[in-house]
Design a protein around this ligand. Structure first.
Ligand SMILES: [Zn+2]
Length: 336
């Protein structure tokens, strides 16, 4: 082993034909377990020479449609006939997943904010480093499945980002149309580049992400969208035969256009919303009122939407602190 290779080890041989299950052994030496590791479950199915699809869930530990869909897929994999390779990890940040929390209970890190990670870093940074150095290079197409988590509910949406290499745009749009989520959203993370997706794109990979529910629950509708979409995606890639009606429904293309599409809390308080998830709102429309619990006789602070758009994401908790995101909007758009 050299000084740059990940310290995470596995019995999986990514080049071997057939079905394998095992774990990624994440070293974790602590008071209760001096020579211990955290075993992160993984399954790989390889048959023939088709493309490699990397599927991950549980990047955040309180989002469930992706992990449930991938656990169900894992149970089908032994009898699947494919041409290519599936690498499936239902719960990538496994400590966070077992804890049912967005961030890791061990180092408090958000896996989706530590890429490209660090070989010698904290446990969450080590997971990111393994993904960036061992999994991304093996993958042709990468799909990281998310939801709103405990603090948000999200309209089911594929998050799309056209690759920098424009010669790949047609391939990418074909995958987006095959997955056919009810909404496809071009996200704007306001410059954030420490995400899994940003790291995948730096390696020139076709990367898909998605939000399929929220409230730290598993939505029946969101799960069905993920499962049907994955089958169509694998079929379109030529990896697997399709086992659902292959006529993809139309997707509504949306774009988050900068900070004006975010609604943030300006101060501490209790928020009364005047909108619902999935509602189309106008610029200047009243978004809600923020009450001061220490002086409830004072007039509530009225918040307004800066721009028009569809409400794609709403905060779960009425209690807010300055800077909390209360809602996210997106506007109808076209591919550019
Ligand atoms: Zn997430």
């Amino acid at each position: 082993m050299n000084a740059t290779q990940s310290l995470i080890q596995t019995d999986i041989d990514y080049e071997r034909e057939g079905f394998q299950t095992s774990v990624l052994r994440l070293p974790y030496s602590h008071n209760r377990s001096a020579y211990g590791h955290i075993p992160i479950p993984i399954a790989v199915l390889k048959q023939g020479h088709g493309p490699t699809l990397l599927l991950t869930g549980g990047n955040h530990g309180d989002e469930y449609e992706g992990p449930v869909a991938l656990m169900k897929l894992m149970q089908e994999m032994p009898k699947m006939q494919i041409n290519g390779r599936l690498i499936v990890i239902p719960a990538l940040n496994f400590p966070a997943f077992l804890n049912g929390s967005r961030t890791s209970p061990i180092d408090s890190a958000n896996l989706n904010r530590v890429f490209p990670g660090s070989r010698n870093g904290s446990v969450t940074e080590m997971i990111a480093h393994y993904v960036d150095t061992e999994l991304f290079p093996r993958a042709d197409v990468i799909f990281d499945l998310h939801a709103g988590g405990a603090s948000f509910n999200h309209l089911p949406a594929l998050l799309a980002a056209l690759p920098r290499d424009t010669t790949l745009h047609d391939n990418y749009q074909t995958l987006v149309e095959a997955f056919a989520a009810p909404h496809t959203m071009v996200m704007d993370l306001l410059g954030e580049d420490r995400t899994y997706g940003a790291a995948a794109e730096r390696q020139g990979k076709l990367f898909l992400c998605g939000e399929f529910g929220g409230y730290a629950s598993c939505s029946v509708d969101g799960l069905a969208i993920v499962e049907d979409g994955l089958r169509r995606l694998m079929h379109t890639l030529g990896i697997a035969p399709v086992a659902v009606p292959d006529r993809a429904p139309a997707t509504r293309l949306l774009r988050v256009e900068g900070a004006q599409h975010y609604l943030f809390a300006p101060s501490r308080g209790v928020f009364e919303p005047c909108f619902e998830l999935g509602q189309q709102v106008a610029a200047g429309q009243l978004a809600g009122r923020l009450f001061n619990p220490h002086a409830p006789w004072e007039p509530a602070c009225e918040l307004h939407f800066e721009r028009a758009g569809l409400v794609v994401c709403i905060r779960s908790f009425a209690a807010v602190e300055p800077g909390d995101c209360i809602a996210l909007l997106a506007a109808d758009t076209q591919w550019q």
